[in-house]
Design a protein around this ligand. Structure first.
Ligand code: ATP
Length: 435
């Protein structure tokens, strides 16, 4: 049985991954594969934070044992293969009561649970990560495959829940989440930076810290049962690292769970589509049309030409030092711009500078006799300060653009869950895919 859940939390607390972690514990030894944390379209307005949905598979297991976390000191295992279906009405009741018990309430919290005996068409996932989906379509799809679903509030959560089931798990990365509920002790920024730095320096993780902007990225910004989440490519080493950190830094741990996830895969990005649609995310090959301009608050914009049309691109204040690259672009430069298209603007996540145009500046000519710079007396009257020779034409010299071709990305502090860090190129997905 595939079980999907979504939309159980509010900005005030809780986290759908915690509910999934409780279910992982409950269904221990009957779990199949890794629990999944699936990020969906980052531009959906209903999202609370990172638009994450969860799915697990339950049945009689076969194959080998997989460690998927621990509860207090006891490891929790899953199975690499499904041997036989094993599901009862009590199991269903348990899932529903767990979601009820740990869901927040509020207008923007509309939990949904989906139970499906069969996998769901992967096309749903592709649409859910790139477009906006209507709830009626999901209900129709679920009925057509005899899946059951439970809705709380307006039940919008079934969109994410069904989509998480339909994810085919490739490409993927992993994240180990460590929980404490009720929330554990508060930590100083120094302590958080120290722990994040330790995680990053093992070389087993990515996006754990933003040293320049002093952001300990493994720690959540909001109130939630998540103490930290560490991302990487290898599940076993992430589990070991988490244990190591908990002991070394005396971090409280009620439970940890490792999730297989589509984070850092760039699955939301469509390359060079014929049309840009609102709420989609794209990589577009474009020419720079305008000088960059900034507005109050430190946001930078520039106009691009794409498919003979004009598109605005933005590097907002939270993208920090990335803005300095964008501010150096000039008309005539060619770029591949990656980002979400919202309100007619591409919000840049990364950029490839494909070619840097030559820029020339006007300057006083040098005296042909003396070799020294003339002075400008106005109206193209240039005079040599030494011999008095007169010149009527300025010189044009190539300006050092201080910009090199290549890839640039926003810093870790501004990274979206789905966005693939450049250092993972060729690791998470084929390098020729979109780079
Ligand atoms: P958190 O990351 O803290 O778990 P969240 O950011 O995932 O929270 P949710 O509370 O899950 O936010 O709300 C997102 C809502 O949007 C869910 O109801 C989900 O079903 C719905 N949703 C997700 N993707 C889409 C989509 N592509 N089209 C329409 N609705 C979507």
């Amino acid at each position: 049985m595939f079980i999907g859940i979504d939309d159980t939390d509010s900005p005030d607390g809780m986290c759908t991954t915690y509910i999934a972690s409780k279910l992982v514990d409950h269904f221990r030894d009957r779990l199949i594969g890794y629990p999944r944390l699936v990020r969906l379209n980052p531009n959906i307005k209903y999202k609370t934070r990172g638009n994450g949905a969860l799915a697990i598979q339950v049945g009689q297991g076969g194959g080998s044992k997989i460690e998927v976390g621990h509860v207090h000191e006891t490891p929790v295992f899953s199975n690499s293969e499904l041997k036989k279906e094993q599901w009862s009405p009590d199991d269903m009741e348990k899932v529903i009561s767990t979601v009820e018990q740990f869901s927040e309430s509020g207008d923007n919290t509309n939990p949904g649970i989906v139970f499906s005996r069969v996998p769901i068409d992967p096309e749903l996932y592709m649409n859910a990560v790139r477009k906006e989906i209507e709830m009626v379509k999901i209900e129709k799809l679920l009925k057509s495959i005899d899946a059951e679903f439970v809705k709380f509030g307006n039940g919008r959560g079934i969109i994410g829940a069904a989509s998480a089931i339909s994810w085919t798990e490739n490409p993927h990365t992993f994240e180990v989440l460590n929980y404490s509920f009720p929330a554990g002790r508060r930590r100083s920024i120094t302590e958080k930076l120290e722990i994040s730095n330790y995680a990053e320096s093992t070389g087993l993780t990515f996006d754990s810290i933003d040293r320049r902007n002093r952001r300990p990225a493994i720690f959540p910004r909001e109130k939630t049962p998540v103490v930290y989440g560490i991302r990487g490519m290898d599940p076993d080493s992430l589990i070991r690292l988490s244990r190591d950190i908990n002991i070394k830094f005396s971090v409280e741990s009620e439970r940890t769970t490792i999730f297989k996830t589509n984070q850092a895969t760039d699955d939301h990005i469509v390359v060079n589509p014929p049309l840009l649609e609102n709420l989609g995310s794209y990589a577009i090959d474009a020419n720079v049309l305008s000088e960059p301009y900034s507005i109050r608050g430190g946001h930078y914009f520039l106009d691009l030409e794409y498919n003979s049309g004009r598109v605005r691109a933005a590097a907002f204040e939270p993208t920090k030092e990335f803005r300095s690259i964008i501010s150096r672009l000039r008309p005539g430069d060619m770029v591949r711009a990656f980002g979400s298209f919202v309100d007619e603007t591409i919000n840049l996540e990364k950029v490839r500078i494909s070619s840097v145009s030559e820029e020339y500046g006007r300057t006083n000519p040098k005296c042909k006799r003396c070799g020294i710079m003339t002075t400008n007396r106005g109206r193209n009257d240039f005079r040599c300060p030494s011999c008095g020779a007169r010149y009527s034409l300025p010189e044009y010299v190539r300006i050092n653009r201080n910009l090199t071709e290549g890839y640039y990305e926003v810093p870790v502090t501004a990274r979206r869950h789905l966005s693939m860090p450049l250092r993972l190129r060729g690791t998470v997905r084929d390098i020729n895919d979109m780079y």
